[in-house]
Structures are given as C-alpha cells and as structure tokens.
Design a protein around this ligand. Sequence first.
Ligand SMILES: Nc1ncnc2c1ncn2[C@@H]1O[C@H](COP(=O)(O)OP(=O)(O)O)[C@@H](O)[C@H]1O
Ligand SMILES: N[C@@H](CC(=O)OP(=O)(O)O)C(=O)O
Length: 435
Amino acid sequence: MIVAKFGGSSLADAAQFQKVKDIVFADSRRMLIIPSAPGRRFDKDEKVTDLLYRCYNQQMAGESFQKTFEEIQQRYYDIASQLHLSLELKPYFQEIHKQMEAGASADYCASRGEFLNGLLLSNYLGYEFLDAAEVIFFDELGEFDAEKTNDILKQRLELLDKAVIPGFYGSNPDGSIRAFSRGGSDITGAIVARAAQAELYENWTDVSGFLMADPRIVTDPRPISHITYHEMHELCCAGATVLHEDCVFPVSSAGIPTNIRNTNLPQHPGTMITCNALQREDFAIFAGVSGKKGFSILVLEKEQTDHTWSFVQEVLYVAKKYGIKFQYLPSGAHCVCLLVETRQFLEKQDAFESEIRKSNVPFSMTIQPDIAGIVLVGYGIIHNRLAVNRIYKALQRQNIDVVMINQGSGELSTWVGVPENQMEEAICAIYEEFL
Ligand SMILES: Nc1ncnc2c1ncn2[C@@H]1O[C@H](COP(=O)(O)OP(=O)(O)O)[C@@H](O)[C@H]1O
Ligand SMILES: N[C@@H](CC(=O)OP(=O)(O)O)C(=O)O
C-alpha cells in the first residue's frame, strides 16, 4: 500500500486535480491520499494558506476579512464547478466565516485550506474523507504526540479502505485545532505512512525529485536519484524546502522509503530516499548543497579562564530553557559560539542574557548578524581532506568571505557561514566546484 501526499502546487486548480486523479488511479496501491491546500497557479499568485493567515490577521487588527475570504471561496468554487463535483461547499464556508468572526485561532484559520481541499479531493476520487483532527494529536505542551496518534490512527485505518486525510493539522487535547509549521503536510503524510505500515511514501510536488541545489538559485541543477534520510535531513534543515525536515523520523524509523515525484511529469522516477546508502551507485563525495539566510553568530566571551565546562553547560541549559535552536558550537578556553536563527534569538535575547548573568561568571556577548548557513552534504565529504581547500578556493575566486566553517563534527556534512547577501553566489560557486 502506498501513501501519496500531494503538495499545494499539485492541487492548485482543476487541471492539477485532474493530473492527481490520473496518478492515483494509475496504481491501485495508492490508497491513502494526503492533500495540501491549493498553492500558487502562476508566478505572482498567492497560496490559499497565506490568504487564510491574512484573514486571521485582518480580523485581529479589527479590519474586514471579507474580500480575502471571498477570494479563498472563489478558488474552491472554481475547482468544484470545473470538475462538476456534487459537493455542497456553502455550509462549510458559512461555518468557517462564523468561527473567524468569533476570533478563531490562526491555526484553525490556516488549517481550513487543507480541510476544504480534502473534502473536494475525496469527492472527486470517490475516497472516504477522514478529518485529520480525529487522528493527529498534539499534547498539552503543543508537541506532536506520536504514540497517541499512531495508536488511534492505526485503529481508524484498519476500518478504512481508501481515504483522503488532509495534511498540515491535528487537534490539541481540548479538541481545538493545531497546525504544524509551514510545509507541514509532508509530516502528516509521513505519520500516516508509518501508521499504515505503507510500503512506500510518495511525495508529489512540482519538481522531479530532490535536485543537487535549489533550482531558484542554480540553473538546471542535476537531479538526485537516490539519497539517504540523513543527507536529506541536513539539506532540508538548511533551506531545501522541497520536504519538511520533520517528516523524516516517522518514515525512517519505520524503514519506509520516500519517493519524491513530479505531478507535472509523472513518468520521471524522481528521488528515492532510504535509510542507508548501500543501493546508491553515485556514492560520491557530494550529494547536494543548500543554504538558508537569517542566521547570527552569537559570541559569548568569558573573562575567567577556569570552569570552561560549567560555562558551556550553563549556556546550553539556558538555550534549551528558552527553546533557542543552534547549528554550530565551537568553544575554547575563553569563548563559546553558537550559530542561531536571528529572528528566534532576538525574541529571547534579554531573557537569555540575564539568566546567564545569574551564574556570576563575567562575560560579554556580541552578535554577528546577516549570515547565511550553507550546507554541503555527502558521505564522501568528511573523508576527503581536500574538500575544505576546495570550498575556500571556490569562494575566494568569487571574493566571498568564509565567516565560519564546521567540518568534522558531523558524519556527512560541512557547514559554511557566508555574508547573507552573497549566499546565492556562494551556492553557485560550491555547486560548480563539486559537481
Ligand atoms: N534542492 C532542491 N530540490 C528540489 N526543489 C527544491 C530544492 N530546494 C528548494 N526547492 C524548491 O522546493 C519547491 C517544492 O516545494 P513546495 O513549494 O513546498 O512544493 P509543494 O507545494 O508541492 O509542497 C520546488 O518548486 C523548488 O523551488
Ligand atoms: N499549506 C501549508 C502546508 C503545506 O505543507 O503546504 P505545501 O505542501 O504546499 O508545501 C503551507 O502552505 O505551509
């Protein structure tokens, strides 16, 4: 049995719905289907999810959300009428409108994009509709509750043959709606694949699999036929938005392969993602490169040279307490550095700094902003001592400063920090060098 997730680009309009139906019916093993909300139909178009968040923001600001709401409504009415669907959408829109006026949460508003698209797709395919709020659960702290979800979802799936389950959301212990972070329908698909013990998780999008670099940065990057979950996770954490980084664990822990496929070119085999690299023919030094802006290097210099370990411990304890994620942690006798996401850190900076001050170790804190983190991924990289020289030389040729480099702490990746305004150039230079 196959679980197939279709992203917003694959369900943006009626023509895309037709392609999805052809794909689903081409293989009878495609029994559980996970849709996203309608995505962009053309370059400057807006995703329905963005419009729904706008409704929420307008309501919160005391403005009218009517015009935005009508725009959303029209997207669904157009799909339903062009596909001649029998589904009556009006009562659903009345209910959503009522909830929004009553101040429904941002998560509830955003989730309606997938909910409505799920209703349309189940009607179009003739598959049953299973509301994600009944089978995907979060705990009191707002964390995804993997075991409760797996138990209940498994039981529900045993009673179903073919079903559509909307992506992106689930429910809190009190029954209210909670959404995953952006791109979260990928996570729903992986969760359903695990519970169904699927033989394959297919993720259908608008590119022919994982490419060795972001196609919006590098012209015509080479496709990757096979990649491991570890490699993919590293690339996704550093900006390869094709898959959500959190969709790895449910499928990799269950030993289920993921296949990224192109809805607009279904004959292309796409990228196969598996737990190990044994089947990979191109077991090469370089699997791919990705990059993400918006990082800062946080430098904490302490004035006392003793008790290094207790200072590092304190910094990490406080970072954990405030949920500050970091990518990089070099430390020495006098200093600890963390590569942090600037936006997240700035929200928590004062609390973070004053809490460390309580430890009575005098220290100074500086923040070096506007850094892009670039990650080169591939099992060969770490075992190839020339790789670092090649990175430096490739960047030097373009006059790009390396503000940090981290090779050796992980098994399969090298992180390079560059000035944010040179990220695209740096990615192109590294791609050309290692291709
Ligand atoms: N390394 C990469 N390989 C493929 N696509 C990438 C990569 N990095 C970024 N992308 C972008 O990810 C997009 C697909 O993800 P997304 O827009 O979320 O699609 P969907 O709506 O199908 O979920 C591609 O159109 C591409 O622009
Ligand atoms: N619609 C949500 C969830 C999602 O996963 O969408 P997509 O599959 O189009 O990336 C978002 O835009 O974030």
